[in-house]
Design a binder for this molecule. Structure first.
Ligand code: SF4
Length: 755
């Protein structure tokens, strides 16, 4: 009989060796690094792998477009390797490099193994404590806050999408079960675009990405799917093979641009000007779809009037940096192709004018009759398959809880005081202003911060201010898997499970597949899932003060997962119960692959609204008028997009990923570098009003002369952090649907000098 690997062996070697990991990724073509390679790995699956493996169904929860359906191979309780599920025509048997590295993530020697307490925040003086000691100390602090303030508003939750599985909303439920607390609302990702699409169409709803094969003309505007939605690329290639034309509009020559028929370099944040110029040309040349406009839209006449009086092609060219001829050709081809579509990337709405720019792009798709058409559409995202019970998220407050009584707050979705005597709510704060709000919120101040599914030091803005904010807090509890900078600035760290150590369920905001996530291996070391932590905290709270926490003390994640399903989900996916998903992911039964196929828009008029009164109610122009971009506050524009081999601070820290990441760089155009006497490989200091940082330079003409670019990532042994030079300026939209405006991540400026 074969000897079982000890935990130490797993730690040192990993269940998959580095060599076999690299071999596996190369064999799979690793779409992320070689997009065209995807074609050769169609439905790649190791079906003939020797050995007695137990196969489990999992799903990648990393808030990536692709939400891959995973097949996990387990032997003797050890996760040996993973691959994409072939049942999903979207995942189609392949993962990206990050996905293939999952076994190493599970067995990484760097993983946090037990609860730990730091003696003196930031000192690095950590000592191992038991779960009981950790929960006793945290519960004691919660009760102390309640005693001192007569409420729990001094406790705040900083959570986002590090794990996007449905039951992880149980962290919000855990907070509700303690009382009225402080919540950071909104989203840093895509709020301006969500509002824009809601003003235009009454919801955010995109075509099935697989139907892009039916497109004749594809514009990818401000997105780089060759890096961040590798699985959609095969449908784009298929469309190209059928004769579709691919246009990429971006300030950066990306890997997706390299695959395009035409790359259009646009000045950053001038997308609205280009879209308006194209609209002007289409209307002037009578190429708009009068049938769609008359039957299914509202306000086109005022839009037409605005274009006539305010837009010229020369103006659009000057603003956007795109020559008049290119504007004309692109507009003509887009309007006259059979099915034309625009994929609107999230980067382009991360500006002070991002929302209105998305509205201008939407209008191009609508006025040419491409909304509601298979192969067409303004593709941004959707939540059509997210109709779960959110049972874990919605929890009752303990009896007698007191909360926020102020008027100017966004009421959270969590119930008010059950007695009906007081209209209490949670206290809500813009998630994109966390540092500032921790520093300035009073009556009561924020005393205890709970961090889950997020690494604020890597993701939140204005890192120097965030450090000051953390220093002000009385206690910071972080639930994580690795010792990142947020953990370094915490008092207590609780080890969390990986996706392979719990049951949950995963939907996508891009494709229409649903995947179950099974517990494939036991919880490693002393790790617990977010739900288990909530259950254990509830037990401890009730021991110390009976009735102080209502969170169900259920530690079996399978039970939690089962509670998320309902008849609507069953019907949509054609399943009888979640158990059907054990045989593989299922796709929603779509009446059409096109969003808005029935032309029943969710706007107040029930039509597509070129002119939106609702937008005006939220302080925006009724029609998508041109809005100037943020004024430069320093010499170069700083862009900080996501990196190819990581998601925020996840994955890049793994030793196996070193072969794909050869360190951080700042990318500079050679002409700009020459003016600054900077050579390839020089160390450069980047300085602006937010802070400064140092990193090696790499020269490339993939970016314009006035732009410097650094990828957002966490390298565990380096101080590199792009949030040192990114402030928390708001984008224009987001308040309507997400409760707070987005953040102008790409409206940042800085100067550089050779060190
Ligand atoms: S990171 Fe994205 S592409 Fe990679 S495995 Fe996860 S969902 Fe798939």
């Amino acid at each position: 009989m074969k000897k079982k690997k000890s935990l130490t062996e797993k730690c040192i070697l990993g269940a998959t060796s580095r060599r076999s990991f690299l071999k596996g990724t190369l064999a799979a073509g690793v779409a992320a690094s070689v997009p065209l390679g995807f074609k050769s790995v169609h439905a790649w699956e190791r079906t003939n792998f020797e050995g007695n493996y137990k196969i489990y169904r999992n799903a990648c929860p990393r808030n990536c477009y692709d939400t891959c359906s995973i097949k996990s191979y387990v032997k003797n309780g050890s996760l040996e390797f993973v691959e994409g599920a072939t049942e999903s025509t979207f995942t189609d048997g392949a993962l990206c490099v990050k996905g293939f590295s999952y076994p190493r993530r599970v067995y990484s020697p760097d993983r946090i193994k037990y609860p730990m307490k730091q003696i003196g925040r930031g000192t690095g003086n950590w000592k191992r404590i038991t779960w009981d000691e950790a929960l006793e100390e945290i519960s004691g602090k919660i009760l102390e806050i309640k005693e001192k303030d007569d409420n729990l508003l001094g406790m705040a939750l900083d959570k986002y999408s590090g794990n996007f599985s449905i039951t992880h909303y149980g962290v919000e439920g855990m907070m509700s079960s303690l009382g009225y607390t402080t919540r950071f609302v909104g989203t840093p990702c895509w709020p301006a675009g969500i509002d824009a699409q809601n003003f235009d169409m009454g919801n955010m709803w995109c075509n099935d990405p697989e139907d892009i094969v039916k497109s004749d003309y594809i514009i990818i505007w401000g997105g780089n799917p060759a890096w961040n939605s590798v699985h959609t690329m095969k449908f784009i290639y298929e469309a190209q093979k059928r004769g579709a034309k691919l246009i990429v509009i971006d300030p950066v020559f990306t890997q997706t641009a390299a695959k395009a028929d035409i790359f259009i370099r646009i000045k950053t944040a001038q997308d609205g000007a280009l879209a308006l110029g194209m609209a002007k040309y289409i209307v002037e040349n009578n190429m708009h779809d009068k049938d769609f406009i008359s039957k299914h839209s509202k306000g086109f006449k005022s839009y037409e009037k605005y274009l006539k009086n305010n837009v010229t092609l020369e103006w659009a060219a000057e603003k956007s940096g795109v020559p008049v001829d290119v504007i004309k050709n692109t507009a003509r081809e887009f309007a006259s192709a059979g099915a034309s579509t625009i994929w609107i990337g999230y980067g382009l709405q991360r500006h002070t004018n991002g929302g209105v720019n998305v509205r201008a792009i939407d209008s191009l798709v609508a006025m040419t009759g491409n909304v509601g058409k298979e192969g067409g559409g303004a593709r941004y995202g959707h939540l059509q398959t997210w109709g779960f019970n959110y049972n874990a998220m919605v929890q009752k407050k303990p009896k007698g809880s007191k909360g926020y009584l102020g008027e100017k707050t966004i009421k959270s979705e969590f119930a008010n005081d059950e007695s009906g005597k007081a209209d209490y709510s949670d206290r809500t704060i813009n998630i994109n202003k966390i540092a500032e709000k921790i520093l300035t919120t009073d009556n009561p101040p924020i005393r205890l911060l709970w961090v889950a599914c997020k690494n604020p030091f890597a993701q939140d803005f204005d890192r120097p201010k965030l450090k000051k904010a953390f220093d002000k807090l009385e206690m910071v509890v972080t639930v994580d898997q690795f010792f990142n900078e947020t953990v370094e600035n915490s008092d207590i760290v609780l080890p969390s499970t990986t996706l392979f150590e719990e049951y949950t369920v995963n939907a996508s905001y891009w494709h229409y597949w649903l995947s179950i996530n099974e517990k494939a291996i036991p919880e490693q070391y002393e790790a617990k899932s977010d739900l288990q932590i909530g259950a254990m905290l509830s037990k401890k709270m009730n021991e110390l003060e009976p009735g102080s926490c209502t969170f169900p003390q259920i530690t079996d994640t399978k039970i939690w997962m089962e509670k998320e399903f309902n008849d609507g989900i069953h019907k949509l996916f054609g399943i009888k119960s979640w158990k059907d998903l054990k045989n593989g992911p299922k796709k929603a039964k779509l009446k059409s692959t096109a969003s808005w196929y029935d032309m029943k828009f969710g706007t107040p008029s029930g039509k597509y609204e070129f002119s939106s009164d609702l937008a005006a109610d939220y302080g925006h122009t009724k029609i998508p008028e041109y809005k100037s971009r943020r004024e430069a506050y320093d010499k170069f524009r700083v862009l900080t997009p996501h990196t190819q081999f990581g998601l925020h601070s996840q994955f890049v820290n793994l030793d196996y990923m070193e072969d794909f990441n050869n360190g951080p760089f700042i990318y500079i155009n050679p002409k700009a570098a020459k003016n600054k006497n900077i050579k390839d490989g020089d160390t450069v200091k980047i300085t602006n009003k937010v802070g400064n940082m140092e990193v090696r330079a790499r020269l490339t003409d993939n970016i314009a002369e006035d732009v410097i670019l650094m990828y957002e990532a966490w390298y565990k042994d380096l101080k590199y952090n792009v949030q040192n030079v990114v402030d928390d300026e708001s984008s224009d939209m987001g308040t309507f649907k997400t409760g707070a405006p987005g953040v102008a991540i790409h409206d940042q400026f800085a100067d550089i000098v050779k060190v």
